[in-house]
Write a protein that binds this ligand. Structure first.
Ligand code: SAM
Length: 313
């Protein structure tokens, strides 16, 4: 347990999708004057260095956020090969939610440099008003400590609380929130097979306790039965509760394991992921309709790159 460290993955294509959806949802929810509560059940360390050892080792941000920040560099990185089709030309103008995301991340950096990537806790906090509350759950001892230290720098007082607790379990005691308005981001590492089952159980429990909350679940799209079943289960849950939902998925490359002539296997890494939102703002669909094709053009690595979006309820 706990071999997952988000520092290796910060700013990758999954973060780009997740944080774009998160921003679109929060921009809408914070338009209403009434205060709200936000829960980040799997918060991570909060801030990441893009020039640090972890990020450099994986290079994932280079294939993710950096392609948005610097589309020309991305195009060079995917010079067409047999497996890599030439990428679609970078869009001349970014969709509003992508521009919003890019500006928000740039805001954490000195002009002209991109060394810091904000995780979900800092993205959320940036968009909240003073009257809103944010609870962050993180179980990893090191990341929880780093998160507490990072959050302390914000001097946000009682607005932000860091809890070294199991986010699946702890959420229960906070729902329904006194504000009667809430967003829950559920973004586990899926390091353990049980996480898939715990996500759907947590969402079922949360909907029973607080049916009008907005729930955003990130999930990996990988060839594994539990991963395949999760969005289907969430759909059933939302439909049974009579709640609207939206499911957005981004694929950047093929999930095929490549075998060399010597029989060596190269695993592709995470090829795709999705965000499932229950009780989404009515503006989310249009915002993503503009953003997702651009993400395919900017982040796609081969001809399998695509997006999908469906909604119901
Ligand atoms: N939400 C973060 C972001 O977008 O910046 C990234 C979170 S990362 C994908 C998942 C985090 O959940 C890891 O830091 C991991 O240590 C933590 N974690 C794993 N199991 C947990 C649990 N049951 N409760 C709370 N945190 C957990």
């Amino acid at each position: 347990m706990f071999s997952y460290r988000h520092a290796f993955h910060a700013g990758n294509h999954a973060d780009v999708l997740k944080h774009t959806v998160l921003i679109a949802v929060l921009r809408h929810l914070t338009q209403k004057d009434a205060p709200m509560a936000v829960f980040d059940t799997h918060a991570g360390a909060g801030l990441y260095r893009l020039d640090g050892d972890y990020a450099k080792t994986s290079g994932e941000a280079g294939q993710g956020f950096m392609r948005l920040a610097n589309p020309d560099a991305g195009a060079t990185a995917t010079a067409p090969t047999k497996a890599n089709k030439a990428p679609d030309p970078a869009p001349a103008e970014l969709a509003p939610v992508l521009q919003d995301y890019l500006d928000l991340v740039r805001g954490f950096n000195a002009k002209g440099s991109l060394k810091i990537y904000p995780g979900s806790p800092f993205i959320i906090q940036q968009l909240l008003r003073e009257r809103d509350k944010l609870k962050l759950f993180e179980l990893h001892p090191t990341d929880a400590k780093t998160l507490s230290a990072n959050v302390a720098q914000l001097e946000a007082g009682r607005q932000v609380a860091v809890l070294r607790e199991d986010g699946f379990e702890a959420l229960k005691k906070f729902l329904p929130p006194p504000q009667r308005r809430a967003l829950v981001l559920c973004d586990p590492s899926y390091e353990m097979k049980m996480d898939y089952q715990r996500v759907s159980a947590t969402m079922a429990d949360a909907l029973a306790r607080f049916a009008t909350g907005t729930y955003a679940v990130w999930y990996p799209i990988i060839p594994r039965p539990e991963a395949h079943d999760l969005p289907r289960k969430l759909k059933t849950l939302a439909n049974k509760a009579g709640k609207p939902w939206l499911n957005a998925a981004l694929t950047v490359k093929s999930s095929k394991i490549l075998t060399s002539t010597t029989g060596e296997e190269t695993r592709p890494g995470l090829p795709a992921s999705g965000m499932f939102v229950i009780n989404p703002p009515h503006t989310l669909k249009a915002a993503l309709q503009a953003a997702l094709p651009q993400l395919v053009a900017l982040l796609g690595q081969d001809r399998h790159a695509q997006f999908a979006m469906e909604s119901g309820g």
